[in-house]
Design a binder for this molecule. Structure first.
Ligand code: ACO
Length: 339
């Protein structure tokens, strides 16, 4: 049976850079606090483009880097917490923008673990022969669900999109995938949809009216609980992936963690006693872009020429849900690109 491989990567971030110093002109914060607590120096914020638009730009870059044409794509999955609409899916909108008329399209919701979940789903479709070429995208415009007056949360996030094209090949690409969830922690990281109006309860007597929903749809987080969960979930995911694939940490050239917070990554490095140089980070420049963080990092590594055919890399993430997951990939793309 053919193996499932990453054939190409792409990413896109908005041009607008918001530095910590700029944030400090509008909220009570400062560069030193943000950098020491998170490692973040700046982030990109969309100035009008929605999630589908930045997702499509990342997808087109991935297509440019491959021999796959839009009409060859038969599956599009967008992982996002910030879709354009409840319906249609962001994936359907992307399909139309890029002209991938032969694809089945849907979104998935797994917060910052979304790209790993999407990878897993696409892997299953391709492995069982149902689909041939899948486009998976992690894309977020988190800026639209942030309370920009809440310094404890707005400094952490950014907007962006990353994409990968998956297809078949002879060499083993995706070696191992693992995902997990724990709904008991659902309230620790949350962004509400439109609430059931209180008047619905009185539906028998009265037609419901809009509630006062101001602030209801902002992202909220129990920072310290998420911190503990993140260290544990990523550490255990790495151990599980290694033991189930029969590999050791020495076999892995790079670990690409979800880019939430440098302190979380440093803690994990200490706990696992792994060489820090194995961990790729770019959150300094983009903040936490949720489902987009891992594919943006992967594309950047690809473009920087860090990845060589035969390298084993480990992607690992965690997020709201709670969700977590990871994958070990043997890189099958010839040393690439830059642009
Ligand atoms: N600037 C200045 N001061 C601030 C800021 C800010 N941006 N935000 C909070 N503070 C203040 C608080 O008001 C508080 O002040 P007080 O002591 O006078 O009350 C003080 O700093 C400490 O606040 P804490 O919230 O306790 O700060 P903590 O040390 O826990 O750091 C942080 C907060 C960075 C969010 C931390 O909890 C953390 O790293 N959590 C992990 C969560 C994370 O990174 N999530 C990413 C999203 S989740 C995901 O991607 C799946």
């Amino acid at each position: 049976m053919k193996e499932v491989q990453i054939l190409a990567t792409g990413s896109y971030v908005p041009d607008r850079i918001v530095t910590n110093d700029e944030l400090a002109t509008v909220i009570d914060t400062n560069d030193e606090w943000i950098k020491t607590r998170t490692g973040i120096g700046e982030r990109r914020i969309t100035t009008g483009e929605n999630t589908s638009s930045i997702a499509a730009k990342a997808a087109l870059k991935a297509l440019e880097n491959s021999s796959i044409k839009p009409l060859d794509i038969d599956l599009i999955i967008v992982a996002t917490t910030t879709p354009d609409c409840y319906t249609p899916s962001t994936a359907c909108i992307v399909q139309d923008i890029i002209g991938a008329a032969n694809a089945t399209c849907f979104d998935i919701s797994a917060a910052c673990s979304g790209f790993i979940y999407a990878l897993n789903i696409a892997y299953q479709f391709i492995k069982n022969g149902t689909k041939k070429n899948a486009l998976i995208i992690g894309a977020e415009t988190l800026s639209k669900i942030l309370d920009w007056n809440d310094r404890s949360i707005c400094v952490l996030f950014g907007d962006g999109a990353g994409a990968a094209i998956l297809g078949c090949g002879e060499e083993k690409g995706l070696i191992q995938i693992y995902t997990g969830s724990d709904g008991k922690g659902a309230n620790l990281l949350k962004c509400n949809a439109v609430p059931i109006d209180i008047n619905n309860k009185k539906l028998k007597e009265k037609i419901p009216q809009n509630a006062d929903n101001e602030g209801y749809h902002y992202l909220s987080m129990e920072g310290r609980e998420i911190f503990k969960f993140a260290v544990k979930a990523m550490g255990e995911t790495i151990k599980t992936l290694l033991s189930s694939s029969g590999l050791t940490i020495d076999d892995i050239k790079y670990i690409v963690p979800h880019q939430a917070n440098l302190r979380i990554i440093d803690y994990m490095i200490k706990k696992l006693k792994v060489d820090k140089k194995k961990f790729y980070t770019n959150l300094q420049y983009y903040g936490n872009t949720s489902a987009a963080s891992i594919p943006i990092a992967l594309d950047q590594m690809n473009r920087e020429g860090l990845l060589e055919k035969g390298d084993k890399i480990l992607l690992v993430g965690f997020g709201g849900g709670l969700t977590w997951g990871g994958t070990i990939i043997e890189w099958t793309i010839d040393k690439q690109i830059s642009s």
